[in-house]
Design a protein around this ligand. Structure first.
Ligand SMILES: Nc1ncnc2c1ncn2[C@@H]1O[C@H](COP(=O)(O)OP(=O)(O)OP(=O)(O)O)[C@@H](O)[C@H]1O
Ligand SMILES: [Mg+2]
Length: 347
């Protein structure tokens, strides 16, 4: 079973749209697929054609609710199987209660992952999770269960802030649990005719390298309309450009997931609350100041930067307001031709 978590703390970047329609494409390709709506807003539930008020349906809240009780969870009562090869677990506002009641319980972040290891779910080849726009208990569950994290980026600056958030949560998961899911990004609501779209695209390409999937999901009114009708794009407008983009995206996601990648996305951190601009520069970016090496300031006063690297040995330094500083958190250093030290990273 492959678990794809669609996550980005930025609201409105296309998580639900892509979670619903990528799931539909996976099912169309002949894979038994389960979509889980893990967002209390229940947008995926509406997009799948269910209104929470009108139904007495059980939701993923019931899985959380029964998890710590002696009650057996009756998955058959929760999973909706109305589409061919495409099952669905809905959500409603009660999921917020799960966050409040269980968020601080030991092992709470692993409930979804443990649930999916139940024999009931062996029938599914793919599980896709629509996450809420925050990095709380529900998104942690989603990312913890994932083999692949798909991060939609719309064209706003804030969407790119979400990139750092995803990597920070993944680093945390890795430290706490040893899990290291693949992360792929996709540009959504792309408009080829707009100069701004192309500028954002170049920025994303230089920042994310091969982790940015080649398909651009174009801005399409059909995608918006399909949600309103409670249909997938393949049910609503299967010959539209949006259907084509989502289908291509799904195929790329499947291909990338299989590719054994020998590159990793390395995170660099530097604490400098007072600094105005920090870059991570090294032999991997020819020591040249560019967008690819520009770090982002976090609320903690740290600066965070991500660089795509192949296996190998690298020299690097931070350029902090035009002053070169080696990484104080890395004890591996070597002297350089300027008579100072470079930090050394081996992957
Ligand atoms: N490629 C697209 N073209 C046109 N409209 C789109 C596209 N992708 C998403 N939208 C629309 O943008 C809005 C936000 O999308 P969506 O609900 O998928 O984002 P989200 O990340 O799930 O939001 P939230 O963070 O609130 O869960 C919706 O109205 C959706 O129909
Ligand atoms: Mg959503």
């Amino acid at each position: 079973m492959q678990v794809i978590s669609v996550s980005n703390q930025k609201g409105g970047c296309g998580k639900t749209t892509l979670a619903v329609n990528v799931s539909a494409a996976l099912a169309m390709l002949g894979n038994e697929t389960l979509l889980i709506d893990l967002d209390p807003q229940a947008n995926a539930t509406f997009a799948m054609g269910f209104s929470q008020e009108a139904s007495e349906r059980k939701t993923f809240y019931d899985v959380f609710r029964t998890h710590f009780s002696a009650e057996d969870t009756q998955f058959d009562e929760i999973v909706i199987k109305e589409r061919k090869k495409f099952s669905f677990i809905p959500s409603n506002m009660m999921l917020s209660a799960a966050e409040i009641n269980l968020g601080s319980v030991d092992g709470a972040a692993t409930i979804l992952s443990r649930t999916l290891s139940h024999p009931y779910f062996e029938r599914y080849k793919y599980v896709v999770i629509d996450s809420p726009p925050s990095f709380g208990f529900l998104t942690l569950n989603s990312m913890y269960a994932a083999n692949v994290i798909l991060v939609p980026l719309d064209l706003s600056h804030f969407s790119f802030n979400g990139i750092n958030g995803v990597y920070r949560v993944r680093s945390l998961l890795n430290r706490e649990t040893g899990r290291n899911p693949l992360v792929f990004f996709v540009l959504n609501s792309y408009d080829r005719r707009s100069r701004y779209s192309r500028k954002v695209e170049q920025n994303a390409e230089s920042k994310l390298g091969s982790y940015l999937l080649p398909t651009r999901v174009r801005s399409s009114v059909r995608l918006r309309e399909a949600v309103g009708k409670g249909k997938t794009i393949f049910e609503y407008a299967k010959k539209s450009s949006a259907a084509l983009d989502v289908f291509n995206l799904t195929c790329e996601l499947l291909a990338s997931e299989k590719k054994k990648t020998n590159t990793i996305m390395q995170e660099f951190l530097f604490h400098a609350p007072e600094a105005g601009a920090v870059y991570v520069l090294g032999d991997f970016n020819d020591w040249q100041k560019s967008d690819a090496g520009r770090m982002t300031r976090l609320e903690s006063g740290h600066w965070s930067g991500h660089v795509t690297l192949k296996k190998g040995k690298y020299r690097y330094k931070f350029l902090v307001d035009d002053e070169w500083i080696h990484d104080p958190d890395n004890t591996k250093v070597e002297s350089n031709t300027f008579g100072t030290h470079d930090s050394i990273l081996k992957i």
